[in-house]
Design a binder for this molecule. Structure first.
Ligand SMILES: C[S@@+](CC[C@H](N)C(=O)[O-])C[C@H]1O[C@@H](n2cnc3c(N)ncnc32)[C@H](O)[C@@H]1O
Length: 296
């Protein structure tokens, strides 16, 4: 079988098994180092370039994609998120496009604040950093800030560190990586009342629902990154209740959540009594995806 016979057969498999065509293309381009134009024009160069060994390797990866439902980002080992190229493996959640907006919401808040410099030069927490996406984007948005990136998973932190080295050229020390349970490492650093902002995309899916998501997610993404306990709110409650001990006065608090949780989180913040300026923000699909607040 030559490359184009394999390609046509794989396009059919993609269609039959509901794998987007661009994922097949992405896999080919990444593993063979080709351009999209080469592929679209069915360039004869490709045929000459690909020996049977390479074709077997490509086919094995493709089988993992559609038979095992392994996400293409894990097969390629990277994802583009905002302006960052991030390494990913099954040790970390694949950063989602909707999460990109949380950085813009933080930047808008800081821009509009009359204490803008306090935030730009302050300390920020990214709780549950995973691949480091949020921490790195924050560090690039506020180059004078200090970021503390916390995760309970040691292997996730290794990936976040590698992503920092790759994406932050000037000052790698700007991000401090902390292994541990939510605020525990921050307590050890004695950072009470010193944090300008807390940003988090915590695990927020009810545990039973995690078992019934699409197989790419349920079978391959870390459940530590997904499962928020029986009602999905375990981590969120911790973030609501403990953050006031760490935030400065008017410190910013923002988290991502899932459809249907915004009103509950708004109530939790109100009940807590330490927050003002509570706001719900939609993502580009119109879903109530983020809640922000300020420490009184
Ligand atoms: C939804 S993922 C978010 C990853 C990344 N911030 C993003 O937006 O792509 C949640 C992260 O929280 C981490 N996590 C789960 N429980 C934790 C805990 N008790 N303490 C600290 N991090 C935790 C997971 O390991 C995972 O990396």
């Amino acid at each position: 079988m030559d490359f184009y016979e394999w390609y046509d057969r794989s396009l059919l498999e993609a269609h039959q098994h509901n794998v987007p065509r661009h994922e097949l293309e992405c896999l080919i381009l990444s593993l063979l180092g080709l351009t999209k134009l080469d592929l679209r024009l069915r360039s004869l160069n490709i045929k000459a370039q690909i020996n049977s060994e390479l074709l077997t390797k490509l086919d094995q990866a493709w089988q993992k994609r559609w038979r095992d439902r392994l996400p293409v980002q894990y097969l390629i080992g990277s994802v583009i998120w905002r302006d960052l190229e991030l390494q990913v493996s099954p040790a970390v959640l694949i950063p989602r496009p909707e999460t990109e907006l949380i950085i813009d919401l933080v930047a808008d808040f800081v821009k509009q604040s009359n204490q803008s410099l306090t935030y730009q030069n302050g300390s920020w927490l990214d709780l549950g950093t995973g691949s480091g996406a949020i921490a790195i984007a924050l560090a690039k948005t506020f180059p004078q800030s200090q970021i503390y990136a916390v995760d309970l998973s040691e292997s996730a932190l290794e990936i976040a560190k590698a992503n920092t080295c790759k994406n932050i050229q000037v000052n790698h020390q700007q991000i401090n990586f902390c292994l541990g349970n939510w605020f525990e490492p921050i307590l050890q650093l004695n950072l009470q009342n010193q944090i300008a902002g807390i940003v988090s995309n915590p695990p927020y899916i009810p545990s039973l629902e995690v078992l019934n998501l699409q197989p790419e997610v349920t079978k391959h993404e870390p459940h530590l990154a997904l499962s928020g306990g029986d009602d999905g709110l375990d981590a969120i409650r911790e973030l609501v209740n403990t953050a006031p001990d760490y935030l400065i006065s008017h410190g910013f608090w923002i988290i991502e959540l899932m459809s249907g949780q915004a009103n509950i989180v708004r109530s939790l913040l109100l009940e807590n009594g330490c927050y003002s300026n509570i706001k719900v923000h939609q993502d580009y699909a119109g879903i109530e995806r983020f809640v922000s607040a300020e420490r009184i």
